[in-house]
Design a protein around this ligand. Structure first.
Ligand code: NAP
Length: 257
């Protein structure tokens, strides 16, 4: 059965060049949306995805650093200019951070929050200005917002703030008929997981247990998610199937204990 939930709709996906964001762009486009992909460093990956999705009339890629609200605003303006409207914002751009309390600097704090928290707030501000009733906004939190890991305070706090933003913004946006929710992915097989996955191990387990052993005991399904499995959650929240769901955080984590 061909799925057409987003036929005639326009979506902006931040952080769409790789990983979860790229999978979200693919899923929304597969179901009929025209998609504008924001990226920061990986232009070739973004351009390749645009070509895969049918190019010009169906997808565009725009360089937009999510830590600079004006650039996200320009990405959204470009999507509206190109495709004539905006129905969905999937805010996926994010960066990881692990470090001990005594090593965290104010610059680290500003860098992580600028993308993960401030960047998502201003993406909502720019997107909501263009949305009509029925608009759908999906932000990105993490299971880390509600589960403690060693040296993960900064990243976890930046994501917990997103869940609070979603809860509070739902009241304002609800008055315009726009829904806003977050996805909290569990461990997902992306470049981020390759780079930082081992840091999730308790320090006492380093050298004694590998990541896959850890997943066996911490995650009901015993494995990382594929990005497409996380993207299915974004597509649900972005669709009419989630019309009566707002202000919520949906954990898509394979059953993390
Ligand atoms: N993977 C996981 O296990 C996991 C778990 C929980 C939550 N998450 C969250 O899910 C989201 C996607 O993660 P991922 O695993 O797909 O990460 P990833 O593989 O590292 O990809 C990150 C994506 O975000 C973009 N990005 C990063 N900083 C940006 C910036 N300043 N401006 C614009 N784009 C930026 C990157 O663009 P360029 O490549 O073009 O620079 C890339 O497209 C993040 O918010 C992350 O915190 C991931």
């Amino acid at each position: 059965m061909q799925r057409t939930r987003f036929e005639g709709k326009v979506a902006v996906v931040t952080g769409g060049s790789r990983g979860i964001g790229a999978a979200v762009a693919r899923r929304l486009a597969d179901e009929g949306a025209a998609v504008a992909i924001g990226y920061r460093g990986h232009r070739e990956a973004a351009d390749a995805l645009v070509a895969e999705l049918g190019g010009g009339g169906r997808a565009i890629a725009v360089r937009a650093d999510a830590s600079v609200p004006e650039q996200t605003g320009a990405l959204i303006e470009r999507a509206v200019a190109e495709f004539g409207r905006l129905d969905v914002l999937a805010s996926c751009a994010g960066i990881e951070h692990f470090d001990a309390l005594e090593k965290i600097t104010p610059a680290d704090f500003d860098r992580v929050f600028a993308v993960n928290t401030r960047g998502q707030l201003f993406a909502v501000q720019h997107a909501a200005a263009h949305m009509r009733e029925g608009g759908r906004i999906v932000l990105t939190s993490s299971v880390s917002a509600s589960k403690a890991f060693f040296r993960h305070t900064l990243y976890a706090a930046s994501k917990a703030a997103v869940e609070s933003m979603v809860l509070n913004l739902s009241a304002e946006l609800g008055q315009k008929g726009i829904t806003i929710n977050a996805i909290a992915p569990g461990g997902t097989a992306t470049d981020m997981a390759v780079e930082h996955g081992a840091s999730y191990l308790h320090p006492d387990l380093v050298g004694k247990q590998d990541l896959s052993g850890w997943l066996d005991v911490q995650v009901a399904l015993g494995r990382l998610a594929e990005p497409s499995e996380i993207a299915a959650g974004y597509a649900f929240l972005a669709s009419d199937d989630a019309a009566y769901m707002t202000g919520r955080n949906l954990q898509v984590d394979g059953g993390m204990f």
